[in-house]
Design a protein around this ligand. Structure first.
Ligand SMILES: Cc1ncc(COP(=O)(O)O)c(C=O)c1O
Ligand SMILES: [Zn+2]
Length: 437
């Protein structure tokens, strides 16, 4: 078998193309330090036999859906045989499991009966919840990063890396003090790859202690007098990347390859839907911070030919994507926003507080694929208030028994906010990601 149908990347903003064989193609080739408004998207060859979505049946989604991964095409182009590509996924997964206590396993996705009853859904409709809290490092974030890790190890072993031995590896870098940092540190520890995590002085000590335990170097980034506006952790992270570190990031603008492995969650959901033989979902609510999560879930569904009605959920504390959606008509509609990035998407000026603190990214970095997924499926953003964030967590955790954080249940807050606009015989899908810490 040759590699996956992915042939390369094309920037949704400037049109620059990069072939899939190109190693370390983290950014659009035309992106610069001062112009970060670029958005490489995967380009696939239309291959008839790939629809409907087919899993190999393996419990590990990176094995089950390997033939759809951009990484698989990259590794094939680097000369790895089909068998050795599969073997590499299994080998790295085993090392991850040794550190995390679990490897990548298809996570549960089922109708939440008690939740559906409590919200008044009929037997035809209901709420389906995918439980990502038991995934590697307690959230979906490791899915985004495992694809980048596969890329790095493939480049190293096939001799196309700029370093020749593990001792000379460039460090990995990430700016995060939450689920993404924990996922990064877990994967880095699995392969003994050095990692620098840039965190604010206010970072949760339980998290930073765990990062250190996992062997990461935690770098506190207080605001410096000469800092430009924006997050000081992101400035430190970008300095590290400029000095040669690998952007081990879950934001597509910092590393577009995070959008590859993230799709496994959408593939799992779409596959199960096909398997259950029920009607497709009417709506999909996804909590949105930087946007990579929603972009990946939607892209995963799209592979199966299904375009659910996507609702990107943000809170009143910070809702730049919803603002962009409202401004889109002024530049020709949501399908034409790429050429008008600065007119439509810019950092939220005064980010408020919310218990859903994982979705307070001041800018929705991966907004373009989320905008088009909402447009394609006739969805729209939902902005929730704090009472709905709190109620969703209470109802969601109590009725399902899943111990998710407020960020993790924020998609349900979107469903609560839409209230009677959602008919009780509709089928609604949610993802609870991010274990309560
Ligand atoms: C549990 C959880 N859900 C959702 C998100 C949002 O993902 P994204 O930033 O890719 O939109 C995050 C991000 O931190 C998260 O930790
Ligand atoms: Zn570009």
């Amino acid at each position: 078998m040759s590699g996956s149908p992915v042939v390369g990347w094309k920037c949704a903003v400037c049109g620059a193309e990069v072939g899939i064989a190109q190693p370390f193609s983290w950014h659009c080739p035309r992106a610069t330090e001062v112009d970060r408004h670029h958005a490489p998207q995967l380009v696939q060859q239309p291959v008839q036999e790939l629809a409907p979505l087919r899993s190999s049946g393996d419990a590990n989604p990176f094995v089950a859906f390997r033939r759809y991964l951009a990484w698989d095409a990259f590794a094939a182009a680097a000369g790895m045989s089909d068998a050795s590509r599969e073997a590499l996924v299994v080998e790295l997964d085993t090392t991850v499991a040794a550190v995390a206590g679990t490897g990548f396993v298809t996570t549960p996705f089922a109708r939440a009966h008690a939740l559906s009853d409590e919200l008044g859904f009929t037997a035809d409709g209901g709420v389906w919840v995918k439980d990502e809290t038991a995934n590697v490092a307690g959230s979906h974030k490791a899915r985004h990063l495992f694809g980048i890790l596969l890329h790095l190890v493939t480049a190293e072993r096939s001799g196309i890396a700029t370093w020749s031995s593990p001792a000379d590896r460039p460090p990995l870098a990430i700016a995060s003090c939450g689920n993404a940092a924990l996922a990064a540190a877990t994967l880095a520890a699995a392969v003994h790859w050095p990692l620098r995590v840039f965190v604010p002085p206010s970072a949760n000590r339980h998290v930073t202690n765990r990062l250190v335990e996992l062997g990461a170097v935690v770098v506190e980034c207080p605001r410096r007098a000469d800092d430009p506006p924006g997050d000081p952790c992101v400035h430190c992270f970008r300095e590290a990347v400029a000095a040669g570190a690998v952007p081990f990031s879950v934001q597509g603008t910092e590393n577009a390859w995070c959008l590859d492995g993230g799709r496994t969650i959408g593939w799992e959901m779409a596959q199960q839907t096909e398997h259950d033989d029920g009607p497709p979902f009417d709506r999909l609510f996804v909590q949105v911070g930087g946007g990579a999560f929603a972009a990946s879930v939607a892209a995963g569904f799209r592979t199966s030919g299904v375009t659910p009605r996507l609702h990107a959920v943000q809170t009143h504390a910070c809702a730049p994507l919803s603002r962009a959606w409202d401004l889109a008509p002024s530049v020709g509609g949501p399908r034409h926003v790429a050429e008008h990035w600065s007119d439509v998407m810019w950092p939220w000026e005064h980010v408020g507080a919310s218990a859903a603190d994982g979705i307070l990214d001041d800018e929705t970095y991966d907004w373009l694929p989320v905008m088009s997924a909402m447009a394609d499926g006739h969805g729209e953003p939902v902005v929730v208030d704090e009472a709905q964030v709190l109620a969703a967590n209470e109802i969601g955790c109590r009725t399902t028994g899943i111990d998710a954080s407020h960020t993790g249940t924020a998609g349900l807050a979107g469903l609560l906010a839409l209230g009677e606009h959602v008919a009780r015989d509709e089928r609604v899908a949610l993802v609870f990601s991010g274990v309560r810490r």
